[in-house]
Design a protein around this ligand. Structure first.
Ligand code: UTP
Length: 292
């Protein structure tokens, strides 16, 4: 826990983002905007809404712009103030003051598990939350808060689950699970990116977790798995003999913004529900539809 007793959050953002090349050759995929905000800002805001103010972002050598985005920008602030652009001035100031954000670099992209292992000293011996910036979730109650509620009632780790169609299931960690409630499951096993015909269910692990600190020992003990990388799914599987993991089917709409189709869907749908852009988006869709 952080000094004020709230849970800490870890946001891994050191992946190469190959599914979004060539955009991500130079721009980190976490900085690709959905409407007017970079993806990573959505997950930082999600954590903050749930009272998390202490956040570690796992970054890498070429991702300076993530650090810059959450820093102050004195020149820009000065310019916006001078020009009486108050709304933009406050927007820019607010981003710079969002939370206590810490950074550590993953030197080689050896997988999500390896990235998370870099959070070991920061986290200490308490449960912690993980939010993957690839998964933007639009919901009344932030998805990470829904998982934290489950954690408060069970005392144990929680993973977010979503039913995924068979033709896409092989892109995910997939759970074998026993239903225990309307939205809850007991996780029996987890397989990383199984071929569709070998997937144990259609329940995919989505990028929100409340993890136990024992996960770090698991990362250290397990061998590289799928793709030669240290996988979070394998570490969860490793711990299942010793502790119960709850799977939770969160309420909300999730977009995988780490690839173009998901990013496109997020932009269109979120524009339709955004006060500033909804009319423009609707008019555009009607016009394009008429042309089809
Ligand atoms: P992905 O599986 O989406 O990998 O990572 P990726 O490399 O970023 O993207 P693609 O598949 O090449 O397009 C899931 C999360 O884990 C982080 C990513 O930044 C993302 O938030 N990650 C992945 C790391 O931090 N380090 C890694 O070595 C791998």
């Amino acid at each position: 826990m952080s000094i004020d007793g709230a849970m800490k959050a870890v946001i891994p953002a050191a992946g190469l983002g190959t599914r979004f090349l060539p955009a991500t050759k130079v721009i980190p995929k976490e900085m690709v905007p959905i409407l007017d905000k970079p993806a990573i800002q959505y997950v930082v805001e999600e954590a903050i809404k749930e009272g998390i103010e202490d956040i570690l972002i796992i970054t890498s050598r070429w991702k300076h712009s993530i650090v810059d985005h959450f820093d102050r920008s004195l020149e820009l602030e000065y310019y916006l103030k001078e020009k009486d652009k108050d709304e933009h001035f406050h927007q820019v100031m607010d981003i710079g003051n969002m939370a206590r954000i810490h950074y550590i670099r993953q030197k080689v992209p050896r997988g999500l598990g390896d990235a998370l292992l870099h959070a070991k000293d920061y986290v200490g011996d308490e449960p912690f939350t993980v939010l993957l910036p690839d998964d933007i979730i639009v919901s009344d109650r932030p998805a990470i808060g829904q998982l934290m509620d489950v954690h408060r009632s069970t005392g144990g780790p929680v993973v977010a689950l979503e039913h995924v169609p068979k033709d896409r299931i092989s892109r995910y960690g997939v759970a074998s699970a026993k239903r225990t409630g309307e939205r809850t499951h007991r996780i029996l096993d987890v397989v990383e990116k199984p071929p569709a015909e070998e997937a144990p269910s259609d329940l995919a692990l989505i990028g929100r977790y409340v993890l136990p600190c024992e996960i770090f020992e698991a990362f250290e003990d397990i061998e590289p798995g799928y793709g030669g990388e240290i996988q979070l799914s394998d570490a969860i599987r490793y711990l299942l003999d010793d502790m119960d993991f709850t799977g939770y089917e969160f309420e909300g709409k999730r977009y995988d913004v780490g690839n173009v189709p998901g990013w496109l869907e997020a932009n269109v749908e979120m524009a339709l529900h955004n006060g500033q852009y909804s009319d423009i988006a609707r008019d555009l869709i009607v016009r394009l539809h008429a042309d089809l």
